[in-house]
Design a protein around this ligand. Structure first.
Ligand SMILES: NC(=O)C1=CN([C@@H]2O[C@H](COP(=O)(O)OP(=O)(O)OC[C@H]3O[C@@H](n4cnc5c(N)ncnc54)[C@H](O)[C@@H]3O)[C@@H](O)[C@H]2O)C=CC1
Length: 385
């Protein structure tokens, strides 16, 4: 960035900050005016999109004139470019976006818009969209791929297990990662879902889903998904993994078991799996439906130990006829799964993997840190509150 460029981008940032959403609205109006078909690729309500857009733009205008942070900015923009492939965004749209950004910046800067200002702003916007476009172009594999629902099991009124078979070639991903997922009932919504089995050559996928209160997509999966539905997947993300040279502590809350289960199934196929203790928590005994599978895994894999944890001793009326978890032979503790795990023993030499609801992840981390586990040895997926 040239020295004269710095104040220009600072000034533009300041002007946008006065009404970021208004600026975003005008940029998108211009963009969708140039490419009406693009509007159809996004959800009906664009407030989230505008919010994400203004955050990124603010970050760009802050970091570009700064002395450092450029590498992280480039990586962020590259990731954003790869993320946008699933919306059908093409090269032409990046040109239109850069143009819309420059035109709206000019309108906002009014009399401050000189030839030099114009050049600085155009350069910044072309760099931003150029990095996104470049990353999208060089991303390996297709933007999206599909799989068909072949089976669905209703566990109880809130939970279901869904099995799918891929209809397209499956891009490489690892056990423990999560996939950007779209279901036909909510065609514009993407959600991150963690497969509960490792990727395999047959292209089989399995998901364990709880209909979270107010969650449209998870509720549709539990209530409406049926064999024959075609789901669309985009990128795989996440860095949950097991290092073979250190014993493992896993803490799973509810459907957070999914990625850890995929890792355990993967570990069961290897010879060098480290000693692993899994704490599997649910609110009620009747929700510990996966203990049968874990029993089988633990029986054939002596490195695995499982402790089941429940919040409540008895099931509510709506959990009816679930098998009693004691029959699987695991110890069953009562309390919050993270508290029980932290109190159970000395984990200071362990690598720790945590998955589950956001509050469960943060409280489990805190407990374990107080119990002597270094933070940098605990892994979990990004948490969105
Ligand atoms: N990769 C991951 O980390 C995954 C995360 N999830 C997340 O899990 C959630 C769904 O899980 P559910 O089955 O509904 O779990 P749930 O609400 O039934 O809770 C299950 C366990 O988490 C513990 N827990 C819940 N809230 C807690 C809190 N505030 N503090 C401490 N412990 C708490 C409970 O004690 C229980 O043992 C969704 O929000 C979903 O996004 C789901 C799959 C994968």
């Amino acid at each position: 960035m040239s020295e004269t460029g710095q104040p220009v981008l600072h000034r533009l940032r300041e002007l946008i900050e006065a009404d970021p959403d208004g600026f975003a609205r005008k940029v998108f109006a211009r963009l969708f005016g140039a490419s009406p078909a693009l509007r159809d690729m996004f959800p009906a309500h664009l407030s989230h999109l505008r919010e994400a857009f203004t955050q990124v733009l603010d970050h760009v205008l802050e970091v570009l004139p700064a002395d450092d942070g450029h590498d992280d900015l480039i990586e962020l923009l590259a990731q954003l470019g790869r993320d946008h492939r699933k919306y059908g965004v093409t090269d032409k749209h990046y040109d239109q976006m850069a143009q819309a950004l420059v035109t709206e910046s000019a309108a906002l800067m009014g009399t401050e818009w000189t030839q030099e200002t114009a050049e600085t702003v155009a350069q910044a916007m072309l760099l931003t969209t150029g990095v996104m476009r470049g990353a999208a172009q060089s991303a390996p594999g297709p933007a999206t791929w599909r799989a068909r629902v072949v089976q669905k099991f209703i566990i109880n009124r809130e939970r279901a297990v869904v099995r799918l078979a891929a209809v397209d070639p499956v891009p490489a991903f690892h056990a423990g990662q999560y996939l950007e997922t779209r279901i036909p009932q909510w065609p514009y919504q993407w959600r991150n879902l963690s497969p509960a089995i490792p990727p395999n050559e047959a292209g089989e996928l399995e998901f364990h889903v709880r209909a979270v209160p107010g969650g449209h997509v998870s509720t549709a999966i539990v209530k409406e998904t049926a064999p024959g539905d075609v789901w669309t997947f985009a990128q795989a993300h996440g860095t949950l993994h097991v290092d073979p040279d250190r014993p493992v502590l896993m803490v799973a809350g509810g459907s957070g078991l999914a990625p850890l289960r995929a890792l355990l199934l993967d570990m069961a196929q290897r010879a060098d799996s480290p000693a692993t203790h899994l704490f599997y928590g649910a609110r009620f005994p009747g929700e510990l439906y996966d203990l049968a599978v874990l029993r089988e895994l633990a029986t054939t894999n002596p490195w695995l130990k499982v402790t089941a944890v429940v919040d409540e001793a008895a099931d509510p009326w709506w959990i009816d006829g679930a098998p009693a978890p004691a029959q699987w032979g695991f110890e069953i503790a009562r309390g919050k799964v993270g508290d029980i795990a932290a109190r159970y023993g000395d984990w200071s030499d362990r690598q720790v993997l945590i998955a589950g609801p956001a509050d469960m992840i943060s409280s489990t981390k805190l407990r374990l840190r107080l119990a002597g586990v270094p933070s940098d040895r605990m892994r979990h997926d990004p948490v969105h509150h």
